[in-house]
Design a protein around this ligand. Structure first.
Ligand SMILES: CCCCCCCCC/C=C/C(=O)SCCNC(=O)CCNC(=O)[C@H](O)C(C)(C)COP(=O)(O)OP(=O)(O)OC[C@H]1O[C@@H](n2cnc3c(N)ncnc32)[C@H](O)[C@@H]1OP(=O)(O)O
Ligand SMILES: NC(=O)C1=CN([C@@H]2O[C@H](COP(=O)(O)OP(=O)(O)OC[C@H]3O[C@@H](n4cnc5c(N)ncnc54)[C@H](OP(=O)(O)O)[C@@H]3O)[C@@H](O)[C@H]2O)C=CC1
Length: 306
């Protein structure tokens, strides 16, 4: 299939679609979270960005707030630590006022043979995705419930919640757990006017995710390439932003408990996103591990917490 270029996708929403919203984006210093922040601000929201790398968070805030200075705030938080999450959530409430929305976007992942993973490797991924999303969601919701305020929780998942995926097993397991959280809390908290939804994007290339998921010339797979996506291309940040803006807006307050895929038909065309990596040799895996660990080390050196 020939790769198709992404269409320009102008926002279908008014610039005040998110006016009055105060949105927390975890993992907001890089990749999708960072790019989405600008779209949220452009539609009227105030935004809080959390992550562990202070320098990147500050740069991201400057970029996102360019059109409306003062609209973006940052905090260094390791979302695996419930004490840090609760303290930072309390600081938002005290210094800025209640959030209206949480976007659980922070993630951790790398490709590896499951039999090679140490317990610490498993936990590094699962605790970020599963514990982090739970700690962040509950820290906001406890405050909404106590204050009698409505709220909206949205999580950034993948289609692996329905299909599983070889070679990224801790991430597939943890994303599936957050999918279960989404359905469970939607039912539990609807009476408090708290909505809980998720998005499941197909591939939207970002620097760090690709360093972790396609680190060498041998590691290319259907998960990160366009040739098995029926739409013939990867998704764009603008397309993801428009889905997120709709879900965070008040346009459809009856929508809760749903995980919505946006993947150009990838999941329906062939779910085994990394399965062909089974052909790789021990030497290929050693090179993959070395490359992705080198990328992790660069990012770890930039962290303020964690
Ligand atoms: C269908 C749709 C398609 C769609 C296709 C696209 C879908 C994309 C879906 C989602 C993509 C993403 O989430 S991509 C997100 C990518 N971004 C991130 O991962 C950001 C955060 N990442 C990180 O902080 C790091 O990379 C990460 C390693 C995960 C955690 O770092 P920490 O500092 O917490 O931990 P460390 O101390 O470095 O490592 C912890 C342990 O993990 C081991 N470890 C680290 N890297 C390893 C590796 N490559 N292979 C084996 N083991 C490894 C170490 O040896 C340690 O174990 P011991 O040796 O036993 O001590
Ligand atoms: N790109 C894609 O194609 C797809 C991505 N997704 C999901 O989108 C989300 C963003 O991915 P993407 O932008 O591509 O990748 P990035 O690596 O750029 O984003 C992950 C972010 O999470 C932050 N993070 C990681 N661990 C922690 C932690 N313990 N506490 C706080 N923040 C943390 C990182 O910042 P720091 O290291 O500074 O803490 C980073 O900003 C992920 O959940 C991913 O699974 C889903 C489907 C497709």
């Amino acid at each position: 299939m020939t790769a198709q270029s992404a269409p320009q996708a102008p926002s279908p929403f008014a610039s005040h679609a998110l006016a009055g919203k105060r949105v927390l984006v975890t993992g907001g210093g890089s990749g999708l979270g960072r790019a989405l922040a600008g779209h949220l601000v452009a539609h009227g929201a105030d935004v809080h960005l959390w992550g562990r790398r202070e320098g990147m968070l500050r740069e991201a805030a400057q970029e996102a707030a360019a059109g409306r200075p003062g609209s973006v705030h940052v905090a260094t938080v390791d979302i695996r630590r419930s004490d840090q999450v609760d303290e930072a959530m309390g600081a938002i409430w005290a210094e800025h006022g209640p959030l209206t929305s949480v976007f659980n976007n922070a993630g951790a992942n790398f490709i590896a043979r499951t039999e090679d993973l140490s317990p610490r490797a498993f936990e590094a991924v699962t605790s970020t995705i599963m514990d982090g999303s739970y700690f962040t969601s509950t820290a906001a919701a406890r405050r909404w419930i106590a204050d009698g305020l409505p709220g909206s929780i949205l999580s950034n998942l993948t289609t692996w919640v329905w299909t599983g995926s070889a070679f990224v097993v801790p991430a597939a397991m943890a994303k599936a757990a957050v999918h279960a959280m989404t359905m469970s809390l939607a039912a539990e908290w609807a009476r408090h006017r708290i909505r809980v939804n998720a998005v499941a994007p197909g591939p939207i290339p970002t620097d760090y995710a690709w360093a972790m998921l396609n680190p060498t010339d041998k590691s290319s797979s259907g998960a990160t390439q366009t040739d098995r996506i029926p739409a013939g291309r990867t998704g764009t940040v603008a397309e993801l932003a428009h889905l997120v803006i709709f879900l965070l807006s008040d346009a459809c307050a009856y929508l809760t408990g749903q995980t919505i895929a946006m993947d150009g038909g990838q999941m329906l065309a062939g779910p085994g996103t990394f399965a062909e990596l089974a052909k790789l040799t021990d030497a290929d895996w050693a090179e993959i591990r070395a490359q992705s660990k080198a990328a992790s080390a660069v990012s770890a050196a930039q962290r303020a917490v964690g």
